[in-house]
Write a protein that binds this ligand. Structure first.
Ligand code: CMC
Length: 389
C-alpha cells in the first residue's frame, strides 16, 4: 500500500485533517489573545505593553488566575502565600543535591515538580481551592528548584529563599547567593511578565489535555514542562545563546550575516525566529530587544547584541521572518549572568502561571481532549507464526 501522510492527503475526502492542529480552535479562554497579523498580545484584557510598564509578575499571576487585577489586600495576601511556600520539602532538596550534575536542568525541574506533589496536604474537600493552592505552591517553588540545582551542580552551597522580596528578587538571590540590584530585579521581573502566558502553545495544550482527563495539576504542569523543553518551543532560548557563544568563541572571524545565509542555504533553522501565530514582530521580542540593547550598553559588552541585530536583519532580508520571544531573551538572561542551559527553566518558572490558569479554566468547563489520527497502515494481514517470520 502506498504510504500516505498528512502532507499529501486529499482534504476534500478528509475535511477535518489539519497537521499540527494549525488554526484549529479546541478551547475558549479568557487568559490571553494574540493578533498574529498586528503583533498584539493581551493577557485577560490588558495589553502586554501596559503590563510591562505597570505590573509586577505577582500581579500578572493574580490576573491570570482570576481574570482581574488584585486590590492591595489581595496582592499582599498572594505575596505572603508565595513567600511562605518557597522552601522545598527535604526529600526534594536531597534529590536535587544527589542527582547527576550533568542532568539537563529542565529534566531536573520536571522530576522535582512531580515529586513536590507527594508532599502536599491531603485534599480539603474543596477541589477548586486545592487547585488554586497548588498553583501558588508551584509558582513559589519552581524558582527554588532551579536555583538549588544550578548551585548544587557546581558544588556551591544551596541558598534558602528569603521570606521577603519578589519572585524575581528571590530567584536571583538564591541563584547568585547575593541580593540583586534594583535594575537586575526589574529586568528579571519583566522577563517573567513577558513569558507568563501565550494562548494555546504546545505546553499549554499539553497541560489542558492532561487536565481534561481529570488528572491533577502537578501531573499537568509536569507534562507541560516536558513539552516546553523542546527546541521548537521553550528550548529555543538556550539554542540561541549557544549559537551566539559559538560565534563568540571565534570572535575575530565571526560573521553573523554569512553565518545566517549559510544556515539558510543548508535549510537549517535559526533558533529564535518564526512563529506559528505571529506573522510580524512578536511584541515580546520588541520589548526584549530594547532590554537587550540597554543592558549591553550598560555592561559595555555590545558584541552579542550587535551580532543579534545582524542576524535579525539578514533573516528579514533573506526570508522575511521576524524574531520570537526566545531570540532576545537569550542575551537578556546572559547579561544577568545566568547560565544558558537554565534559560528554558526561567521560561517555565514564569509560564507556570499561565499553565495553572488554563488548568483552572479547563477544569471549570471540562471536555475530554480526544482528537483522531488518520490510520495509514495495512489492514487485515494474515498471521505468521513467530518461527516463520
Ligand atoms: N529559521 C529559518 N527558517 C524558518 C524558521 C527559522 N527559525 N522558522 C520558519 N522558517 C521557515 C521554514 O523553513 C519554512 O520555509 P519554507 O516554506 O521555505 O520551507 C517556513 O518558514 C515555514 O516554517 P514552518 O516550520 O512550517 O513554520 P511553523 O509555523 O510550523 O513553525 C516554528 C513555527 C516556531 C516551529 C518555527 O518558526 C521554528 O522552528 N522556529 C525556530 C524555533 C524557535 O525559535 N522556537 C520558539 C518559538 S516561540 C516561543 C515558544 O512558543 O516557545
Amino acid at each position: 500500500m502506498a504510504q500516505q501522510n498528512l502532507d499529501n492527503i486529499d482534504t476534500t475526502e478528509h475535511p477535518y485533517i489539519n497537521k499540527g492542529l494549525e488554526g484549529i480552535v479546541a478551547f475558549s479562554t479568557t487568559k490571553s489573545f494574540i493578533d498574529g497579523q498586528k503583533g498584539d498580545l493581551i493577557y485577560a484584557g490588558y495589553n502586554i505593553d501596559t503590563l510591562a510598564e505597570n505590573a509586577t509578575f505577582e500581579e500578572v499571576c493574580f490576573l491570570l488566575w482570576n481574570d482581574r487585577l488584585p486590590n492591595s489586600t489581595e496582592l499582599e495576601e498572594l505575596n505572603n502565600s508565595l513567600k511562605s511556600q518557597r522552601s522545598l520539602p527535604q526529600p526534594v532538596l536531597d534529590y536535587i543535591k544527589s542527582t547527576n550534575k550533568k542532568a539537563e536542568p529542565m529534566a531536573v525541574l520536571r522530576t522535582a515538580v512531580s515529586m513536590i506533589a507527594d508532599f502536599q496536604d491531603a485534599p480539603s474537600g474543596d477541589a477548586e481551592k486545592d487547585n488554586r493552592d497548588d498553583a501558588i505552591s508551584m509558582t513559589a517553588q519552581m524558582p527554588t528548584i532551579i536555583a538549588a540545582f544550578a548551585r548544587a551542580r557546581s558544588g556551591k552551597e544551596i541558598v534558602a529563599p528569603l521570606d521577603n522580596g519578589s519572585t524575581a528578587f528571590n530567584f536571583l538571590y538564591m541563584l547568585n547567593g547575593e541580593k540583586p540590584g534594583e535594575e537586575a530585579e526589574k529586568t528579571m521581573d519583566l522577563c517573567l511578565i513577558l513569558h507568563a502566558e501565550h494562548g494555546m502553545n504546545a505546553s499549554t495544550f499539553t497541560c489542558r489535555a492532561i487536565c481534561s482527563t481529570e488528572s491533577d495539576m502537578f501531573s499537568a504542569v509536569t507534562g507541560a514542562i516536558g513539552a516546553l523543553k523542546g527546541p521548537l518551543h521553550g528550548g529555543a532560548n538556550t539554542a540561541v545563546m549557544n549559537m551566539l557563544l559559538e560565534m563568540d568563541a571565534n570572535a575575530e572571524t565571526a560573521d553573523p550575516v554569512q553565518f545566517t545565509k549559510d544556515r539558510l542555504a543548508s535549510k537549517k533553522k535559526i533558533m529564535g525566529f518564526g512563529h506559528r501565530v505571529y506573522k510580524t514582530f512578536d511584541p515580546r521580542a520588541r520589548l526584549l530587544r530594547g532590554m537587550s540593547k540597554s543592558l549591553s550598553e550598560e555592561t559595555g559588552q555590545t558584541e552579542l547584541y550587535e551580532w543579534s541585530e545582524s542576524i535579525l536583519k539578514t533573516m528579514k532580508d533573506e526570508k522575511n521572518i521576524d524574531p520570537n520571544v526566545d531570540f532576545f531573551s537569550a542575551t537578556v538572561y546572559y547579561s544577568l549572568g545566568i547560565e544558558p542551559d537554565l534559560f528554558t527553566c526561567i521560561f517555565a518558572m514564569s509560564r507556570v502561571s499561565g499553565w495553572t490558569a488554563h488548568y483552572l479554566e479547563q477544569d471549570a468547563n471540562n471536555r475530554l481532549v480526544r482528537p483522531r489520527a488518520l490510520y495509514i497502515g495495512e489492514k487485515n494481514l494474515d498471521w505468521t507464526p513467530v518461527e516463520e517470520r
